[in-house]
Design a protein around this ligand. Structure first.
Ligand code: TEU
Ligand code: CA
Length: 560
């Protein structure tokens, strides 16, 4: 039998940008509580809440200084408890973000760890002596710029930080630290949360040899072979499962940059008792150039299809897929994979949603996706807030690897703040997000793209998402049917089938602004159309069917 979350849809909230209840310009917990009925209306059943814990906000809450307190800017623990109770009353479950590869350097564990080499908490983090020549222990580059090691004068050692220097990595070799993490997880589960999205959880086990990484053509030093999917990661996850999770009914998803299908089978295999799902990065890395996301190139639909197909087939009967186009680290789905020009924005957004939600797995909707929000282009780097974009801007332009214009163009395409502009609730000032000064500017297109407008129009993308979410609850074949790709070599359409007993679900999506024809062996005139973003019925061509620009169609055929 299936798990409770297999026919459910998850909605991701990035609290800072969701809804501000007290006019300080920052989204907060009470703001979320106000909007729970809206999420209920959409039909989602699980909320993934990006971090709301106490944090100095070097990385917007992904740098946690107290796992058991709520960030002052977001409210109080009483506010949180009220939100959780209200969510549960509406039948919505809450999945917390678990960031335990690193903490903030302001966490009391790190403050104590730094005090002296003999501190009780010294080994909660990863401290190494300098190389003989005084250089950092390895040459690895950090995700947010510079080297991964930061020198501490007082004790004469370096600590490791794979992300910013305000995000020191926890030492998972340390058993006392692991026990503290598991206890913290149990405390949240006891409160009634439904599970965890685990931040970069495939980075917690480092290669104990700490070798230098390869120096790339661009000068980038790549330590990634030594900290992704490390030697003990499965031991740690099995231990975490046994100690922290097994007593509860949970949903878990591990965020995993650099994971392949074979590794994911180990992480999600039902018999292995580690995680329910992983977030892989294969499709969101499409078109990465020499400097990764900062030198974006054109992507190919055939490659996207190969990626999804590899994951659909690879995890079938073994594990379970998570399905997503976007999140708080990625550009907006329509701008990235669809067409954000006015005439095609909603159309292509519905098409993308169809393509993703009819796959096998649990779909994740990122806030604003359900109203078709798009990327933003601020004039100046000063309007950006994301430390990744800001640091990369300075580092790459100073090294002469990219010009300022090239860097801005890359940020427009792939920067994380595309996802972090305030949720667009209405055409009122600041998109109805705040009555004050928002912490990051709103996307000026809020006058056209907003919740109020979407709710008022029957044919809006919002109601289309609602329908897709409902279909998953109604048709077993969407949840468990076997996936089969058709027309793998076409660059214009993504067509696949799902198969269950005598039933066939045919999913047809056109990724172009042209009318295209698709050959099919199945006879759609005998099938029921479950959903389409077109107003007219699909038309037959000589050998198949015509798909309108960005058209999407789902047919159910029963051969009984
Ligand atoms: O992201 C992990 C990660 O790989 C990020 O560096 C992200 O994918 C990057 O933007 C790609 O260019 C997680 C969180 O989702 C992210 O918000 C955090 O900043 C990061 O971990 C550190 O906690
Ligand atoms: Ca606020």
């Amino acid at each position: 039998m299936g798990k409770w979350w297999q026919d459910s849809t998850v909605y991701q909230i990035y609290p800072r940008s969701f809804n501000d209840s007290n006019g300080d310009g920052i989204g907060d917990i009470n703001g979320i509580t106000e909007r729970l009925p809206y999420l209920k209306q959409l039909g989602i059943e699980i909320i993934w809440l990006s971090p709301v814990y106490q944090s100095p906000n070097d990385d917007n809450g992904y740098d946690i200084s107290d796992y058991e307190a709520i960030m002052d800017e977001f409210g109080t623990m009483e506010d949180y408890d009220r939100m959780l109770a209200e969510a549960n009353r509406l039948g919505l479950k809450i999945m917390m973000d678990l960031v335990v590869n690193h903490t903030s350097d302001e966490h009391h564990w790190f403050i104590e760890s730094k005090e002296s080499k003999t501190s009780d908490k010294r080994d909660y983090y990863i401290w190494h002596d300098p190389k003989a020549n005084g250089e950092p222990p390895t040459n690895w580059a950090a995700a947010f710029g510079g080297n991964v090691w930061e020198y501490d004068e007082a004790t004469g050692q370096y600590y490791l930080h794979l992300f910013s220097k305000k995000q020191p990595d926890l030492n998972w070799e340390n058993e006392a630290m692991r026990r503290d993490v598991y206890q913290m997880m149990r405390n949240w589960l006891d409160k009634g949360v439904a599970g965890f999205r685990m931040d970069v959880i495939n980075m917690i086990s480092k290669d104990p040899r700490y070798p230098d990484g390869e120096v790339m053509k661009t000068g980038y030093t790549d330590g990634s072979p030594y900290y992704f999917n490390g030697p003990k990661v499965h031991d740690y996850l099995q231990e975490m499962h046994q100690v922290a999770l097994a007593d509860y009914e949970t949903i878990t998803v591990g965020e995993m940059p650099n994971v392949n299908v074979e590794q994911a089978k180990l992480y999600t295999g039902e018999d292995r008792k580690e995680l329910d799902m992983v977030f892989h990065f294969d499709h969101v890395g499409l078109g990465d150039g020499e400097l990764g996301k900062w030198t974006p190139e054109a992507w190919k639909l055939t490659e996207l299809k190969q990626i999804f197909t590899r994951w659909q087939e690879g995890l079938d009967q073994v594990g379970w897929n998570s399905l997503y186009w976007s999140n708080h680290d990625q550009p907006r789905a329509i701008s990235r994979f669809g067409d954000d020009r006015d005439e095609y924005r909603e159309k292509s957004g519905k098409m993308l949603a169809t393509c993703l939600h009819m796959l096998k797995g649990t779909p994740y909707v990122f806030q604003g996706e359900e109203i078709g929000m798009t990327n933003v282009q601020f004039d100046s780097i000063d309007d950006y807030r994301d430390l990744e974009s800001i640091n990369a801007y300075h580092e790459l332009t100073e090294k002469g690897l990219l010009t300022e214009d090239e860097m801005m163009a890359a940020i427009y395409k792939r920067g994380r703040d595309n996802a972090r502009t305030p949720m667009q609730w209405s055409r009122e000032i600041n998109a109805g997000f705040t009555t004050g000064e928002p912490w990051i500017k709103v996307n000026p297109n809020y006058t056209d793209i907003n919740v109020k407008d979407a709710l008022a129009r029957e044919d809006s993308i919002f109601y289309y998402y609602k329908q897709l979410i409902e279909l998953r609850k109604q048709h077993e074949i969407i949840v468990t049917g076997r996936y089969q790709l058709l027309h793998p070599d076409r660059e214009d359409v993504y067509v696949y089938e799902r198969l269950l007993d005598d039933q066939v679900l045919v999913v047809l999506t056109n990724f172009t602004d042209q009318v295209v024809s698709v050959d099919l062996t199945v006879d759609l005139t005998k099938a029921t159309c479950l959903i389409t973003n077109e107003t007219e019925a699909i038309k037959q061509t000589e050998t198949g069917y015509a798909l309108q620009p960005y058209g999407a169609y789902v047919f159910l055929l029963d051969n009984k």
